[in-house]
Design a protein around this ligand. Structure first.
Ligand code: FAD
Length: 323
């Protein structure tokens, strides 16, 4: 028996998301009296793979092969399920991000394994196997009982802290040879965003809503983000209006984030917005309406005009930073 954790790498590098997954899998393995095995698909250097050991991976499997560097749902699911069978994995952990959402349901069908999608913590019990998740955009919680022998869990992003449990893992290479035509996905062009902090990785996020009134008012918000080394985000109407790019939209239909600090300028705090940001450690709300729902979710609040408060905050941060 083992817990297999599917880690994601970007051009051969791991990000916080994968370390969180390994931390989670390692704790879960402890609950099940077994060990966590991490797997990675594509070319990743040994020293990068070893980083997974810091968070409790007892063994690391690197699956490589021609055509395997690019996500292809069918071939990757084959590879994960083969490795899971060989390693006698009873639980497989993936992220509840786009990749995990593409792979986990297919894996669940293939392995006849019950799926706990979007779990936000360790199982409440392992016999019976009950996992806990947010439902209805975070307005309620559900305990999900998984009865099948094999189980697949997708972990909500940023819902589990990094836990160091240093191991010196053995690295095992698995070479995947695919039949001609097995890879159905053809990537013809890749355009990468550069120089920006990835919203899902950011520790600090500065976000604006319709209360910012116009895209012309975004300059100071961007300046504050720059000063704080923060990523920028927005509410859905703001991206729908084309004031900000769609990749910045957070919430039920956008990105789900959990930074340490989330600034909400002129955001009402609708449930659909909070569904994407309510796991932030600290929310600072700036809103002209003292009864805005965002203040119920926020730890700190300023009642006032965001457009007037932003320059004052910028000055204060500059002073603290000696700029
Ligand atoms: C199916 C569905 C999915 C959705 N998904 C999402 C989602 O993923 N993300 C999302 O964000 N929304 C989503 N929405 C929309 C959501 O319901 C809200 O309409 C939206 O979040 C409101 O955005 P807002 O707070 O920017 O704007 P508003 O609701 O217009 O609120 C603006 C706020 O700014 C304040 N304000 C006004 N002027 C100032 C000022 N000068 N200074 C300070 N504050 C000021 C106001 O008091 C108000 O609280 C979804 C809706 C549906 C139906």
């Amino acid at each position: 028996m083992s817990v297999l954790v599917f880690t994601e790498n970007w051009d051969g590098k791991f990000k916080k998301l994968s370390f969180e997954l390994v931390s989670y899998a390692s704790k879960l393995a402890e609950m099940l009296n077994t060990s966590a095995i991490a797997m990675s698909i594509g070319t990743v250097a040994d020293d990068e793979l070893q980083k997974l050991g810091k968070y409790g991976a007892a063994k690391i499997i690197r699956a490589t092969g021609e055509g395997m560097n690019i996500l292809d749902n069918q071939t990757w699911v084959n590879s994960i399920s083969d490795i899971a069978e060989k390693e006698k994995a009873t639980v497989i952990v993936l992220s509840n991000n786009i990749m995990g959402k593409a792979l986990a349901p297919r894996l669940s069908v293939r392995m006849k394994a019950g799926l706990g999608a979007g779990v936000s913590g360790l199982p409440k019990s392992t016999e019976p196997f009950v996992v806990y998740k947010k439902v209805f955009s975070g307005n309620a919680f559900a305990d999900v009982l998984i009865r099948s022998e094999k189980k697949i869990l997708t972990l909500s992003q940023n819902s589990f802290q990094l836990l160091e449990k240093p191991e010196v893992p053995e690295i095992m290479n698995v070479s995947v040879s695919l039949e001609a035509g097995a890879v159905k996905t053809q990537v013809k062009d890749v355009q990468k965003q550069t120089g920006k902090i990835l919203l899902t990785d950011a520790e600090v996020v500065v976000s604006g809503g319709r209360g910012m009134k116009s895209p012309d008012n975004w300059g100071p918000l961007l300046e504050l983000a720059e000063l704080l080394g923060a990523a920028t985000a927005c509410s859905r109407p703001v991206s729908d209006e084309g004031w900000r790019p769609h990749e910045e939209h957070t919430g039920q239909t956008g990105k789900i984030i959990a930074p340490n600090l989330y600034f909400a300028f002129g955001i009402s705090g609708a449930t659909q917005h909070l569904a994407g940001v309510s796991s932030s450690k600290f929310i600072v709300a700036i809103n002209s309406d003292k009864d805005a729902p965002i203040f119920e979710a926020a730890q700190y609040g300023i009642v006032g005009d965001a457009i007037k408060i932003l320059p004052k905050l910028i000055e204060a941060v500059k002073e603290i930073k000696g700029k």
